[in-house]
Design a protein around this ligand. Sequence first.
Ligand code: ATP
Length: 351
Amino acid sequence: MAQKKVVVLPGDDEAPQTVYAAMEVMRALEVDLEFIEFPTGESWVRGETEKTVRAAIDASDSTLFGSTSGKTGGIGYLRWGRKTYANVRPCRYMKGFKSPLANPEGIDFVIVRENLEDLYLGLEGPLSTLAPLHLSSRVLRAELDTAERGIYAIKVITERNTRNIAHFACKLAIRRKAEGHPGKVTCTSKYNMLRESDGLFRQIVEEVVTGYPGLKYEQFIIDDFARRVVQSSHDLDVVVMPNLYGDIMSDAAAGTIGGLGVAPSGCYGDDYAYFESVHGTAPDIKGMGIINPTATMLSAVMMLDYLGLREKSKRFENAIRKVYAAKKQLTADQGGNARTADFTEAVIANL
Ligand code: ATP
């Protein structure tokens, strides 16, 4: 079988240090992958590098992405170009993570965030352009005053994309059930207020989940869900939600187990997936050598799984688990004083 190819986009500010750390571990693991590595955003030539990157992405099996503050391009192509509609954000506590909760042991659920639509189409404009439409709100039972100075933003929920993400969540819940999880899909959105858009999302998800006989289904309004993430997240398994709520709630969820330094993510489409941490580029700690690479390492673990390198991914994950359990080489965000390089070395030593 031909060797699989992975594009590596280190990203901007301090994010590349986490990507380089993950690469070091994968090299130590001797993973059978060809890496096509691009420079950081600083030396990115707009247009030109982007063209090369797109071609490389198209010729690859996956991408490992460091976060971008705008200098590194390609993310739009990875997401919308490759239609990676399911953003999977696991929230799994490991012994040694610096959680603010009294009892974080056993927290293990996955947020499946819709990745392509909702408010993230970026369609905004002056209210006055809506005047010819004579829009009225069903909830407020009043016409929109387009003479007011202001801006609208368009939120789009399509039946097709919602169906895709719902099936994705169900298949994930079935795989998890085989590993001992409850086999439950939770849907959350603001369906009581946004009855048409979030209402459609809720309706489609429920319809899809009930077509999977082995799965349980529950739904919560997003504000209620926010409380549950803090108070009773041990009860969650797979949670599916629209884009904006997923963006916000996955940061909150990360906060309950130990923060952004330990929160991985993967974005999956039907024929491609890329992997990146939940966190951004951490510009405030740029050049300090203290960024926690765990989130990117765990994203790389997800990538190895996706590429079918299960034995390597298990070894990688277990090594990270051991470093946290030992609590000796932890970075500052986890209450330790190890540097990025020390942590990475400790993971490699535990492979
Ligand atoms: P974005 O808008 O791209 O999400 P941001 O600046 O809002 O970026 P982050 O870059 O995620 O957010 O950083 C938020 C805070 O968390 C910063 O103080 C940053 O230093 C810290 N942080 C983020 N990731 C890590 C990490 N891996 N290790 C340690 N601290 C981190």
